[in-house]
Write a protein that binds this ligand. Structure first.
Ligand SMILES: [Fe+2]
Length: 366
């Protein structure tokens, strides 16, 4: 008698007598069996319910065993198929094995032989599925480890940025404050969470290229000469070059690093991008970066008042800044007396989960 959780099996043969022989044998082994008289009928049944094992005759009217086998391999690759052939059809049986059948039995068959072939086929199926499972898990684990290694490298770079900023009283805490402002703007704009995470990451690392700028120029008191200014302005390109191998999966964060000194009117650095060419993520960070720079003391000028900095953002709408992001900044910080924010605690960096939002960046216009 079939067991309640018995393995289900579909027996396909146009001869009812042969079907019954196989069904009796399999039920005797504890299988639950369904029967189909043709390939077409078998397919209909498989569409209703997938089974782990199909035993099918090769010669049948309508769809024959080979046609059925092709369909099963394409639609239900986890189903084990055993074909039943006449002795004279051994070549067809071999062709079926090449197509993906797990075994064949030749008519007239011995019941013991059928029993053994069925057990072997189910074993092969189980091993195949376990292997696929293992391969899938392994790929996922390798991918997770690779991302973790990238994260660790990013954390080291983050530490270096903070170290550099700490050494300089003029830039102390700049990156974390910019990340904080940017995150608040992005949330205020209602951007999806993966996009907000990319913005936080890019903002935190946006000035990493300053590692490659001469400290003498970086910390120079007083006004910069034209060549010195150009040297400092290489930092977005240097930063993008440093991070490119670690941020292959998050191009929008890399764009923030490379393009945070671009302007909507095309008069920015380093590529002179204009309007929609500047990704939305970048436009958000540009506002945060500019506001923090304006409200911080620089070697060559005192800090601007919050009122003056807000006015600059207003006046820079459309020419320099993305107007909706400026609005979002004002909405996120309605109380000007609470500005500028104090420097938040440094949080460990993490790469956002891979989603279409993070892998392709957001559309430039919103
Ligand atoms: Fe910068």
């Amino acid at each position: 008698m079939p067991q309640p959780n018995a393995v289900k099996c579909l027996v396909v043969d146009d001869e009812p007598r042969l079907r019954r022989v196989l069904v009796r044998l399999l039920e005797g082994e504890g299988f639950t069996c369904a029967e189909a008289g043709s390939g077409t009928e078998a397919l209909e049944m498989l569409h209703q319910e997938q089974v782990p094992l199909v035993i099918s005759d090769l010669r049948m009217p309508q769809m024959d065993g080979v046609g059925l086998l092709r369909e099963i391999i394409a639609k239900w690759p986890d189903t084990a198929v055993i074909v039943v052939t006449a002795v004279a059809e051994v070549e067809s049986a071999v062709a079926c094995l090449q197509l993906g059948a797990l075994d064949y039995v030749a008519k007239p068959f011995h019941l013991d032989e059928v029993r053994a072939r069925v057990m072997q086929a189910l074993d092969k199926r189980r091993l195949k599925m376990e292997l696929e499972d293992y391969r899938h898990n392994l790929e996922q684990r390798v991918q997770e480890q690779a991302r973790r290694i990238e994260e660790l490298s990013l954390e080291r770079l983050q530490a270096l940025v903070h170290f550099l900023e700490e050494k300089d009283p003029y830039t102390r805490g700049h990156s974390v404050r910019v990340a904080n402002y940017s995150t608040r703007i992005a949330r205020e704009m209602g951007l999806p969470r993966p996009v907000v995470e990319v913005i936080t990451l890019g903002a935190e690392l946006h000035d990493i290229g300053k590692i490659g700028v001469s400290e003498q120029v970086l910390h120079k008191e007083g006004k910069l000469s034209e060549p010195e200014y150009r040297h400092i302005m290489e930092h977005p390109v240097i930063g993008a070059r440093i991070l490119a191998p670690l941020m292959r999966d998050v191009p929008a964060a890399l764009a923030i690093v490379r393009s945070h000194h671009e302007r909507l009117d095309g008069r920015g650095f380093p590529d002179g991008l204009a309007g929609d060419q500047i990704p939305l993520e970048v436009r958000v960070v540009t506002i945060a970066d500019s506001f923090d720079a304006m409200t911080s003391v620089r070697p060559y000028r005192p800090a601007l008042s919050v009122q003056k900095a807000l006015q600059e953002l207003e006046e820079g709408k459309d020419a320099q800044f993305h107007a909706p992001a400026v609005e979002a900044f004002l909405a996120a910080f309605p109380d000007a007396s609470a500005l500028p924010v104090s420097t938040p605690e440094i949080q460990p960096l993490h790469l956002p989960a891979l989603t279409p939002d993070t892998t392709h960046g957001s559309p430039a216009s919103d």
